[in-house]
Design a protein around this ligand. Structure first.
Ligand code: ARG
Length: 458
């Protein structure tokens, strides 16, 4: 059934039908479409635009359709243009002429705006829930690794020692911000467009606030032209999801490096690795690589929709139908990536000895040796130069600062005393750093306590 056959004298060209149709993908929100329709007719009856009997018949018909799609007895086929036409056609064939009243005071423009919003609103929450599980996993690792030492890097060169807890804590903050972005989007998007009509409202005395309430919105949107053509919330959601993917991708990149033969900081569990068809020894971090790879696809969706919306005149234009496939794909991709990443992380073995060893060489305590001199009255710039000489000496002898004899220290600067070894031990280097956000245990414990409260409350 076509919703608009009246003014046409010819059949639609088949290729045009195929090109124009959206049922192949908008069937994804059949539940939301039906829920929206039920709210709409409930409001129409309250306003006396439909009788109670008509409303009851339509609601029962719609509920039957939802049930039958669910249990597979009603299959959504491609002969209809979109899910809206499909549902309406089946309603009419089930309950007769009363079904033709469903679309009173409504356009597909506000209908599809509503469906898409209802669908994505749930998905914002679903992504948020997955992030919460990931944060809980990160927090567990943090609590268990307050003294698991590892090198911290800048330029991918060993810089200063940190702990695994601290490193995980950095990602905790990223994903916490991601959740807060989702929260903001939800707050901004949660207004109902239904009742805006095609673009200019309707002449029926609709109670838009009531429909909004029935659908758990905060209220009704305030401009009917904007309501049918606003896709900002999708762009924001795609942007937030792109940022989530960027964070996951950075994390994956680190895990791939850590999992390499050269680093061996972690070993990805067999259940989350794959092998090579030719090289029997291989165990590859494919999941981490795929998550990293899929990031491009989610960015693509964001840029694609931004480009689609650019230059669109008010109000609805069919270009907007393009919002769906890419958003659905991005949502499915991001949900899959967070879930798999969390699984990989929670089963991954951290090779603490290797991390520790790595932190002990590479002069990650050089800054602390300089600070030692500063604490003994040497100006920092001079201290920096002296420790540079120490490092050079060690590189020539292929030893660490900790391996130098006191005589060797004093030959370069008489300021050094026996307590230098204590001052540059990795434990000291890390545990003395206790300003807010630093890797020392005291600082980390405060952050962990905050994180626990945050997860309880959010
Ligand atoms: N399938 C369309 C979409 O996704 C539904 C709205 C159709 N409206 C119209 N005026 N053709 O945007």
């Amino acid at each position: 059934m076509k919703l608009w056959g009246g003014r046409f004298t010819k059949e639609t060209n088949q290729l045009v039908h195929n090109f124009n149709a959206s049922i192949g993908f908008d069937q994804k929100f059949y539940k939301q479409d039906i829920r929206g329709s039920i709210a709409h007719v409930t409001m129409l009856a309250k306003q006396g635009i439909l009788t109670n009997e008509e409303k009851k018949a339509i609601v029962a018909g719609l509920e039957g359709i939802a049930k039958d799609i669910e249990n597979g007895t009603l299959v959504i086929d491609g002969t209809h243009e979109d899910i809206h036409s499909f549902v309406e056609a089946h309603l009419i064939s089930r309950i007769g002429d009363t079904g033709k009243k469903l679309h009173t005071g409504r356009s597909r423009n506000d209908q599809v705006a509503l469906d898409m919003k209802l669908y994505t609103r749930d998905e914002v929450l679903a992504v948020d829930e997955l992030l919460k599980t990931l944060l809980e996993e990160l927090l567990t690792i943090m609590k268990n690794n307050l003294d698991t030492y590892m090198p911290g890097f800048t330029h991918l060169q060993k810089a200063q020692p940190i702990t695994l807890a601290h490193h995980m804590g950095a990602y905790f903050e990223m994903f916490r911000r991601d959740r807060s972005r989702l929260h903001d989007i939800y707050e901004r998007m949660n207004y109902s467009p239904i009742g805006s009509g095609a673009l200019a409202g309707t002449t029926y005395p609709l109670d838009r606030e009531y429909t909004a309430q029935l659908l758990d919105f905060y209220g009704a949107t305030l401009n009917s032209m904007d309501s049918v053509s606003d896709r900002d919330y999708l762009i924001e959601f795609l942007s937030a999801m792109s940022t989530i993917m960027m964070h996951l991708s950075r994390f994956c990149e680190e895990i791939i490096i850590w999992n390499s033969n050269e680093y061996q900081f972690v070993e990805i569990d067999d259940a989350y690795s794959t092998g090579s068809s030719i090289m029997p020894q291989k165990k590859n971090p494919d999941i981490a690589e795929l998550v990293r790879g899929k990031t491009g696809r989610v960015y693509g969706a964001l840029v694609s929709l931004l480009t689609t919306m650019k230059s669109l005149p008010l109000a609805y234009n069919k270009d907007m139908q393009e919002d769906k496939e890419l958003t659905f794909d991005a949502i499915d991709t991001v949900k899959g990536c967070i879930a798999l990443f969390t699984g990989m992380l929670s089963t991954m073995e951290f090779k603490k000895d290797n991390m520790n060893k790595s932190a002990r060489n590479g002069f990650t305590n050089a800054t602390d040796a300089a600070d030692y001199l500063v604490n003994h009255g040497v100006p920092f710039r001079d201290a920096h130069g002296i420790v540079g000489q120490l490092v050079l000496f060690c590189i020539e002898k292929n030893i660490a600062l900790d391996d130098m004899t006191l005589e060797e220290y004093q030959a370069i600067s008489p300021v050094f005393e026996e307590d230098i070894y204590e001052a540059i031990s990795m434990e000291t280097c890390v545990q003395k750093r206790n300003t807010i956000g630093a890797p020392g245990q005291e600082a980390m414990k405060q952050v962990i306590a905050q994180a626990e409260t945050y997860l309880k409350e959010n």
